[in-house]
Design a protein around this ligand. Structure first.
Ligand code: PMP
Length: 412
């Protein structure tokens, strides 16, 4: 079903021209545009309710606190968490992973333990583990990818042999931000659980594009970013099961997260306050709740069907271009709306710059996936990423632009 005729109208930023051409926004994996309802929620908060939370007894502070805590409850429902206390607001996926690496990892990892990741991790779910492994003496291992274009997905047989009792945490991405692969997250969590390992799911590329339920996934931690799911920048979420949070030391310390303080020492509040030192991003949380409402009003099953179908169609159409190397799942295999490719003899930055002349917003580079690029023998790819407001006609614009680029660079 084509969602775009209904959804486009809700996104003011889509209705503009770029270089004299209608904007075709295909950079959704980097950040999504915002619907009017999210923008209105931010404006409403700043115009009427702006105040600090938790500490005030006046009307505005109580309204702001109710809206902020209401947003936490909304996010909990959005991902099927058991309680709002399992939702910690962060700046985004990156901070959520760092929080787990520092607050949980430092306390629980020892020399000889293993943190398992995969060969398709974004730097945001890799570098924090490198740091904590260095600090604790734990080892970092990665589940390999199958196929020279990563088309075979994660090597599940290799995963079985990597999942030894030494593995304390398996941290993996739900959807690859470069390959578009959708990992079988529930199966991966179950396999990890069987050897007693905890799991962290990087849901940065799934939260805004498909249904997401932490109980169905069976994960211990889940991280995502508001800005990649129609919400504001600077707000993100760490979900963790309550028993884990209750035993976790704070990540940052200061006001708001303490129960009692003397000149010598302090005691901590329970979750979620323990993990939210200082004034939080109140407006961001409220905007994120509005984004949850918006996505659910469209329907996440429908959004997934729409953007995955556009990903398929783009793969089929792009495969017809001479000299193109498509990465990730081959046509016909279920994939997300993320499609990466390399055009022979044309650098990804040239592709993106030329496509911009045609009004297209694409992304070129290593997509914070340098180890993956290295494995694929590439330094960069061009990425088109589709979402609920994109249409099949926009794929026509993409293909026409790529043909123009190929003829300019003489690669017919
Ligand atoms: N993980 C994945 C899979 C991502 O795609 C991204 C963003 N590109 C991140 C983590 C980091 O997200 P943020 O920059 O919002 O913290």
């Amino acid at each position: 079903m084509d969602l775009s005729p209904h959804t486009r109208a809700a996104f003011p930023a889509l209705h503009q021209s770029v270089n004299g051409k209608p904007l075709v926004y295909l950079d959704n994996a980097a950040t999504m545009q915002k619907p009017r309802s999210v923008i209105d929620a931010l404006v409403h908060y700043y115009e009427r309710d702006n105040s600090n939370v938790h500490r005030g007894l006046h009307a505005l502070s109580m309204r702001a606190t109710n809206a902020y805590e209401g947003a936490r409850a909304r996010v909990a429902r959005f991902i099927g968490a058991a309680a709002p206390a399992e939702i910690i607001f962060t700046r985004g996926t990156t901070e959520s992973v760092n929080l787990v690496a520092q607050a949980w990892g430092r306390a629980h990892l020892r020399a000889g333990d293993v943190v398992l990741t995969t060969q398709m991790e974004h730097h945001g779910n890799l570098v924090p583990w490198q740091q904590v492994a260095r600090e604790t003496g734990a080892m970092l291992r990665a589940v390999p990818l199958l196929g020279e274009n990563g088309e075979g997905g994660l090597d599940l047989a290799a995963l079985d042999s990597l999942l030894t009792p030494q593995v304390k945490l398996f941290a993996f991405t739900h959807v690859s931000n470069t390959l578009g692969t959708i990992n079988p997250a529930a199966e991966l969590c179950a396999k990890a659980r069987a050897v007693g390992a905890l799991t962290l799911v990087d849901a940065a590329q799934s939260a805004g594009h498909q249904p997401l339920d932490v109980r169905e996934l069976g994960c211990d931690f889940l991280a995502f970013s508001g800005h990649k799911m129609c919400g504001p920048t600077g707000i993100g979420v760490l979900y963790a099961r309550l028993p884990i949070l209750e035993n976790m030391a704070p990540y940052e310390t200061g006001g708001g997260m303490v129960s009692t303080v003397t000149y010598e020492e302090a005691t901590w509040k329970p979750s979620p306050e323990r993990f939210e030192a200082g004034t939080p991003n109140i407006a961001g949380a409220i905007g994120l709740a509005a984004a949850c409402d918006y996505l659910d009003s469209v329907g996440r099953e429908k959004i997934a069907a729409h953007s995955h179908a556009l990903g398929q169609l783009a793969c089929e159409r792009l495969a017809q271009l001479p000299g193109i190397r498509l990465l990730g799942p081959p046509a016909g295999v279920e994939r997300s709306g993320i499609v990466s490719f390399a055009l022979a003899d044309v650098h990804a930055h040239d592709v993106v710059t030329f496509a911009d002349e045609d009004g297209l917003a694409l992304r070129g580079g290593h997509h914070c996936n340098q180890p993956l690029m290295h494995k694929l023998g590439l330094t960069s790819t061009t990425r088109a990423s589709f979402s609920l407001y994109n249409s099949a006609e926009e794929i026509d614009v993409l293909v026409a632009s790529l043909r123009r680029i190929q003829s300019f660079f003489g690669c017919q």
